[in-house]
Design a protein around this ligand. Structure first.
Ligand SMILES: Cc1cc2nc3c(=O)[nH]c(=O)nc-3n(C[C@H](O)[C@H](O)[C@H](O)COP(=O)(O)O)c2cc1C
Length: 355
């Protein structure tokens, strides 16, 4: 087995100590949507990763669809995240924030009274979600965004990116995957608009491109990456016959902006359809920035894929939950502890900082 995974890599202006990325994972410990001391411990315990990508964090009150997820727009949130970032940096770690606007994947019980549930089209997300006040609830039908809503939402990503840099983050990952706001524009199941924001490929990628442009203008393209999930099935996303072409066109636009990295989710290890090796290879061949592989990796497969030049870095999700010392364990070949799914999203330290 080769050991490329444990070798340093350059990411924009950053030198990462290894190619191991901690995947973005929602953990719902941010009481009041503000990062706290418990989160500071959780992230700094994992600072051996070459790069940490935080849990999905909302750029605005409208994007706070889940219970207890953090935001990145208020002074209090800047202060809370600064503590997290200082602790990670003190241990020599690097950390990006994942900006996740939940869009239609939301419920009023999880949101501030004046927040709005917005989406490209007024189509409710399938299934139910947890609310702390009323248990499991169906998703309501979202309000279809008007032109002003779309412009305002794009501006929210740019504003949140600036605040993220103010809070000490090394960069921003735009969550374009898993059926949240950006993906709601990309996907035909959630975007049935007939204006310049929906319909053909050019129109459906427009929101993702405009968000990337606005964010890059705000903080520099060399600090912005994007996560995408072609053929993902989460939150009601569906495949369509032009999906490969759409992602390749998106990649072209992200190249023009000079985006730092593309982070491609393959959730076949979690039951989603596999992303075809051909599409991954085409994205790899065409994208000019770094490529982060993710989904169901162990050290052997990670090293093999790095060796085969399928990507530059490899993200690990679930293995990091129960193994704060994952990097050391992967290096030593030590057996990994198994995470407990029952505590993935529950408040408090149990199943969070006690592994
Ligand atoms: C508890 C949990 C929360 C997650 N939250 C997010 C999230 O906020 N943003 C995101 O892009 N992916 C999220 N994911 C997906 C992971 O980033 C990752 O893609 C997935 O777990 C597959 O990688 P793995 O096989 O290494 O775990 C989450 C996964 C888990 C298990």
């Amino acid at each position: 087995m080769t050991n490329t995974l444990f070798t340093p890599v350059t990411l924009g202006k950053l030198q990462l100590k290894n190619r191991i990325v901690m995947s973005p994972m929602t953990r719902s410990r941010a009481i009041g949507n503000v990062p706290n001391a418990l989160m500071e411990k959780y992230y700094s315990d994992r600072a051996d990763a070459g790069l940490i990508i935080t849990e999905g964090t909302s750029p605005s009150p409208n994007g706070l669809g889940y219970a207890r997820i953090p935001g990145m727009f208020s002074d209090e949130q800047v202060k809370g995240w600064k503590r997290v970032n200082d602790a990670v940096h003190a241990k020599g770690g690097r950390i990006f924030i994942q900006l996740m606007h939940t869009g239609r994947v939301s419920h009023p019980a999880n949101m501030a009274a004046d927040a709005r549930i917005l989406a490209p089209s007024a189509i409710a997300a399938p299934g139910e979600m947890w609310t702390d006040s009323s248990g499991m609830q169906s998703h309501p039908s979202p309000t279809a965004m008007g032109e002003a809503d779309i412009r305002a939402t794009i501006a929210e990503y740019a504003y949140a990116s600036k605040r993220a840099i103010e809070a000490g983050f090394d960069g921003v990952e735009l969550h374009g995957a898993n059926g949240y706001m950006i993906d709601q524009f990309l996907n035909t199941a959630t975007n049935q608009r007939t204006d310049q924001w929906g319909g053909n490929i050019e129109n459906r990628i427009r929101f993702a491109v405009e968000v990337a442009k606005a964010t890059a203008t705000a903080i520099g393209a060399d600090r912005v990456g994007m996560r995408i999930s072609p053929y993902g099935a989460f939150n009601g996303a569906v495949p369509d016959p032009k999906m490969d072409a759409m992602y390749l066109r998106l990649i072209e636009e992200l190249n023009n902006i000079g985006l730092l990295y593309i982070h491609v989710v393959d959730h076949s290890s979690m039951g989603a359809p596999e992303v075809s090796p051909e599409l991954k290879q085409q994205i790899r061949a065409n994208f000019k920035g770094k490529y982060i592989l993710s989904g169901g990796y162990d050290a052997t497969r990670a090293n093999a894929d790095l060796e085969a030049q399928r990507g530059d870095l490899v993200a690990f999700g679930r293995p990091f939950i129960a193994n704060p010392d994952l990097v050391q364990k992967l290096q030593d070949g030590t057996a990994l502890a198994a995470p407990d799914p029952a505590t993935f999203y529950t408040p408090g330290e149990k199943g969070y900082t006690d592994y």
